[in-house]
Design a protein around this ligand. Structure first.
Ligand code: ATP
Ligand code: MG
Ligand code: MG
Ligand code: MG
Length: 487
């Protein structure tokens, strides 16, 4: 029998507790302070960012499983979701930290290796590691120290692979960064001769764990400066690891996603083939991708609403709405999904997320209401699209549409740009979609509103009784105090 997701969580926490780590709950996916470098919290280290940048703390070792969203900012996987079997918009990141040299690089590597191979029993013959190849441009030498650490741990040379950009991790456009070493898992089997060449190149070898040696800060002027101390910062995709321990082909075949697929199946007409796990060219009609997108985006939307995000949080809602609308369009188009059925997925979504995010379950009716409103709005826009299109296009002169005209149509119709392009072609307008994107990029910079976190009430999202709430407490001496939370 395999581990459940809750058992995996417990094993992870107890492993790091036994190595004297404080178990810290996930923070919100909304950064606490205005931070132009990221939109959502994109990694487990985010809540410790200030410590890395030099704030002193009583915390020396910590571990957590952090809610992350990569749908904007530096780490943006929105367009990739559905195309492969291991990227999500919302996912959980397991991580452990050692602040200010609390343990060495070697201890960090051994702790991770010990968890994977000894605690949860992954076959070492399926694991490959990477290390930083160095960069002349940044003036940072290759990390041969880490290469030697892996050799001492017992990995043969040909399983230790150097990389440049892939092994220099950065939180955002500014902030903490540093060289990293990563552990990858071969989904096909042990001792595959070609596997080390496929690391970071092919979906059959999937990145599990990234161990970053935070030792630099990227400044707004793009320069890189040394930090006062080196810190260990690790992150591992929980859904990826679960797929490995549950011995299934992909993240989407774990108990976290399968209930959603089952529910979708009951709503899709019988003539549409069921989900079959195909990717890329094999997924000829692109149907399997749509199943994955629906399962993925519905989780992200549920988490976002459970945290208190609403329509008036414009920067955030733009992303959430994009996810909802993508689900509505793709599901009706590719799966013949009924128009007003998307909200029916959410009881299942809440059920798969309620351990450990009970607030998703508590706020289920709010989430469903919000989906229903978005559905009504969107289908209204779709049904009135020609009326709105012709109204908007009246403002444009002649038969060609420039970036601004396309943007006006986009704003007035509320439709995805791809659909607007199709309509414009149907009406024989000439245009270049690149002009639209250029205009949008420019417009976005000018209109950047600082909605959350400033207007955002963080105490609003979590069920205070159920979930121990983790707060920074700034002491008089300028240090941060972290309460000890036992799991
Ligand atoms: P990848 O190369 O697969 O895109 P990454 O190098 O961008 O991953 P990191 O920034 O190193 O990811 O994050 C640490 C870990 O979080 C990764 O090793 C991976 O296991 C997991 N992870 C990253 N992005 C995602 C995602 N979009 N969905 C699920 N898990 C992810
Ligand atoms: Mg990535
Ligand atoms: Mg990577
Ligand atoms: Mg990585």
């Amino acid at each position: 029998s395999t581990l459940s997701h809750n058992e995996l969580r417990r094993l992870f926490f107890s492993h790091f507790e036994s190595h004297n780590h404080v178990i810290v709950p996930s923070s919100s996916i909304i950064p606490r302070e205005v931070d132009d470098s990221v939109l959502f919290v994109n990694s487990g280290m985010f809540q410790f960012k200030d410590i890395f940048l030099g704030s002193r703390s009583h915390l020396t070792r910590a571990a957590s499983i952090q809610k992350c969203v990569r749908a904007g900012g530096k780490h943006n996987d929105l367009e990739d979701v559905g195309r492969d079997l291991h990227h999500h918009t919302f996912f959980e990141m397991m991580g452990n930290w050692a602040f200010s040299n609390a343990y060495s690089k070697e201890e960090a590597c051994r702790m991770s290796w010990g968890f994977l191979c000894d605690v949860i029993g992954i076959d070492p013959a399926r694991l490959y590691v990477t290390y930083y190849a160095g960069s002349q441009k940044l003036g940072i030498p290759p990390d041969n120290e880490t290469k030697d650490i892996w050799k001492r741990i017992g990995l043969p040379d040909d399983r230790i692979v150097p990389f440049k950009s892939e092994n220099f991790w950065e939180m955002g456009s500014v902030g903490p960064c540093g060289p990293s070493t990563e552990i990858h898992f071969d989904r096909i089997g042990p001792n595959r001769p070609e596997a080390s060449r496929l690391v970071n190149r092919d979906n059959s070898v999937v990145e599990l764990w990234n161990i970053v040696f935070i030792s630099y800060e990227r400044k707004p002027n793009k320069s890189i400066v040394h930090l006062p101390a080196t810190h260990i910062d690790t992150g591992m995709g929980f859904e990826r690891l679960l797929s490995v321990v549950q011995n299934v082909d992909s993240n989407f075949d774990t108990e976290l996603f399968q209930p959603m697929f089952n529910k979708i199946k009951t709503l899709v007409p019988a003539e549409i083939p069921c989900y079959s796990g195909r990717v890329g060219k094999e997924d000829v009609e692109g149907r399997d991708a749509v199943y994955r997108i629906m399962a993925d985006h519905s989780r992200a939307v549920a988490i976002a609403v459970s945290e208190g995000l609403k329509v008036n949080h414009r920067n955030y809602w733009r992303v959430i709405r994009k996810m909802i609308r993508r689900c509505l369009l793709l599901s009706t188009d590719k799966l013949h999904f009924p128009r007003y059925a998307f909200s029916e997925l959410f009881p299942v979504v809440a059920d798969t997320l309620k351990d450990p995010y009970i607030e998703v379950f508590d706020k289920l009716s709010e989430i469903e209401e919000c989906i229903k409103k978005e559905e009504k709005l969107f289908w209204g826009l779709i049904d009135n699209r020609w009326v709105n299109f012709d109204k908007a296009v009246n403002k444009a002169q002649g038969t060609s549409l420039n970036g601004e005209s396309l943007y006006t149509i986009y704003e007035m119709t509320g439709l995805p740009i791809e659909m607007i392009c199709d309509m414009a072609t149907e009406r024989h307008y000439t245009f270049n979609v690149g002009d639209f994107h250029a205009y949008l990029a420019d417009h976005k910079v000018k209109s950047r509103t600082r909605d959350p976190p400033k207007s955002f009430n963080h105490s609003d999202f979590a069920n205070q009784n159920e979930q121990p709430k983790y707060e920074y407490k700034l002491l008089e001496n300028g240090e941060y105090e972290f309460p000890i939370v036992s799991s």
